[in-house]
Design a binder for this molecule. Structure first.
Ligand code: SF4
Length: 318
């Protein structure tokens, strides 16, 4: 093992002994690993496990997803949030299944980070994770976890992306980049956590210059939260079914179904029944809901409904 800044042996031994038993850690199948990485971008691990099992059971290959309607993928994604991921995943499966003469990969998952990055919804982190874990490519993952570990190890309050990438690449254990990347991610997720790092049990504490004042590194980013006020018309038919429409194929609710909603919706003649608040990573949505009637509604379980829309629909029963 090469001599590097981080104690590679210590981190890898700790990872081998302490890693969480996550289902995608039992496979080298690039498609299954890709599904886990895309899910974990914005869904907690504990919630992601169920989604991963359902997705891999229904769509065990890119071919199976490419042949399905995007609505079915959205339906399985229901409740996981950030629905544009599901739509891009469907587009990704279709791209993989295109012939190479048309810019696709003949149904085979690309094997390098460079090729993986050409797929819809795949950024540098996801490409490096899949290429290293499934194919052993010696390429380092960089994300918020790695940046936090790097900032603390090297006492930098605001390291640039280039600095983090250079640090991650210079510390990479090239003989098993997949395990190394997962060990680094595990360290950031379970030990070197944002608020209460467990320095006393950290396997790489001896090289960490910032461990006495870990909370100072990195400097927290100031996130400007935006407020968005929306109006929703919840029209119900005589059987109690709401009138539902499919949302635009872009934005936070991309392709999901729900009652008509917008910033300037005409709700004249409808009855005000309450407000729903929904918190996203950078935005707080406040939806005022008005109730009316319609001739024929839609059975909500037959379409993909977002968590926000599920909250809106539940107002009818209150
Ligand atoms: S010693 Fe503490 S601050 Fe340093 S890497 Fe380990 S957990 Fe993070």
């Amino acid at each position: 093992m090469s001599k590097q800044y981080l104690q590679q042996n210590a981190l890898l031994s700790w990872y081998a002994a302490s890693k969480r038993d996550l289902p995608w850690r039992h496979t080298k199948d690039p498609w299954s690993i890709l599904l886990s990485e895309i899910l974990l971008q914005q869904t907690q691990v504990s919630r992601g496990i169920g989604y991963w099992h359902r997705l891999t059971a229904r769509f065990p290959t890119p071919q199976s997803m490419a042949a399905a309607e995007v609505d079915e993928v959205l339906h399985l994604w229901q409740g996981a949030g950030y629905y544009s991921r599901a739509r891009r995943l469907h587009a990704l499966a279709q791209t993989v299944c295109l012939p190479s003469s048309e810019g696709g990969y003949d149904g085979q998952m690309p094997t390098t980070a460079e090729e993986l990055r050409t797929l819809p919804g795949v950024g540098p982190y996801t490409a490096a994770a899949v290429a290293s874990i499934a194919f052993g490519e010696p390429v380092a993952c960089v994300d918020g976890n790695i940046r936090r570990v790097m900032a603390r190890q090297t006492v930098q309050t605001n390291p640039s992306l280039k600095q983090v990438e250079a640090w991650a690449a210079s510390n990479l254990y090239v003989e098993d980049a997949g395990d190394w990347n997962q060990a680094m991610m595990e360290l950031g997720a379970t030990t070197c956590t944002p608020r209460q790092p467990k320095c006393e049990v950290c396997s790489v504490a001896s090289s960490c210059k910032g461990r006495e004042e870990a909370h100072r590194y990195p400097e927290p980013k100031k996130i400007k939260r935006k407020r968005l006020d929306l109006t929703c018309a919840l029209n119900i038919d005589s059987l109690g079914r709401p009138h539902l429409v499919q949302r635009e194929m872009k934005g936070i609710l991309a392709g999901m179904w729900g009652p008509p909603m917008g910033e300037q919706l005409d709700v004249e003649g409808l009855e005000y029944i309450g407000e729903v608040k929904h918190v996203l990573s950078h935005r707080d949505l406040f939806v005022k809901v008005w109730r009316g009637s319609c001739d024929v509604g839609t059975e909500p379980s037959s379409v993909a409904i977002s968590s926000l829309d599920a909250k809106i629909l539940s107002l009818v029963n209150e």
